[in-house]
Design a protein around this ligand. Structure first.
Ligand code: PEP
Length: 252
């Protein structure tokens, strides 16, 4: 039985004051979320504040990125060990914004995935197709390519035991145009089946989140699909009440 999981990706948003206010709102409401595990991923510079506020709560901390290198002379980078130092449990890798805007290749994403695991972090591994790829019926081949990069790492499918997957169709991110529950379920099932070809147990256990314009009013139907285990939430996670509503939708 997979526990539902909802993670908020705050991206490059907020100020120190607004982030603390948001965390305060989440702490006040978290008891109303009865069955989902919950995490938030603030900007690096707010990790210390958020860590302090979340200690003794059941909201976990995550980061939005990490370096593919071990600590050393890499100006501007953040090592996995540094994230561990701030009690991060999760780290997002392969987000489409990093792939598209910062040129992160499948190979770089795979190295970040490995470094996350090596540092005791749970990677939230994002994958998803562009609109044009969906329109050209390439969704499955794109997802297969992105997933296989992880499945063929030296650790193989085993690496997914300590990871979370987030299917995020690029055309649905920040556009207000979510995938339909049926569209999302179809891809989630494809991902799970592809993993099952390597290891049925890992496939049955891995949490696969949906991300892309999840809001309080569409979350319950998306989360009720057989292979959708929760969500990676961008815009709607910046408001405590809508994020909590989405978290509660896992038990609808
Ligand atoms: C995201 O960027 O991971 C995301 C899902 O964003 P949004 O919810 O705003 O579409």
């Amino acid at each position: 039985m997979r526990q539902p999981f909802v993670a908020g990706n705050w991206k490059m948003n907020g100020s120190r004051a607004s982030v603390c206010e948001l965390v305060e709102g989440l702490i006040q409401g978290i008891d109303s979320v009865t069955n989902a595990a919950v995490a938030v991923c603030p900007s690096f510079v707010y990790l210390a504040d958020v860590q302090r506020m979340l200690s003794d709560t059941r909201i976990a901390l995550g980061a939005q990125n990490l370096s593919d290198r071990e600590p050393g002379a890499f100006t501007g980078e953040i090592a996995g060990a540094m994230l561990k130092d701030f009690d991060c449990k999760y780290v997002i890798v392969g987000h489409s914004e990093r792939r598209a805007l910062y040129g992160e290749s499948d190979e770089l994403v795979a190295r970040k995935f490995t470094v996350a695991l090596e540092n005791g972090l749970t990677p939230i591994f994002c994958l998803g197709e562009l609109l044009q790829e969906r329109q050209q019926n390439q969704t499955e081949s794109v997802i297969a390519r992105q997933l296989d990069v992880i499945l063929t790492l030296p650790g193989g499918v085993e690496g997914l035991r300590g990871a979370v997957i987030a299917y995020e169709p690029v055309w649905a991110i920040g556009t207000g145009m979510s995938a339909s529950p049926a569209q999302a379920q179809e891809v989630h099932a494809f991902i799970r089946q592809r993993i099952a070809k390597k290891d049925a147990k890992v496939a049955a256990g891995v949490q696969i989140l949906y991300g892309g314009s999840v809001k309080p009013d569409n979350a319950a139907e998306l989360f009720s699909q057989a292979d959708i285990d929760g969500g990676l939430i961008g815009g709607a996670s910046l408001d405590a009440q809508s994020f909590l509503d989405i978290c509660r939708a896992t038990s609808a």
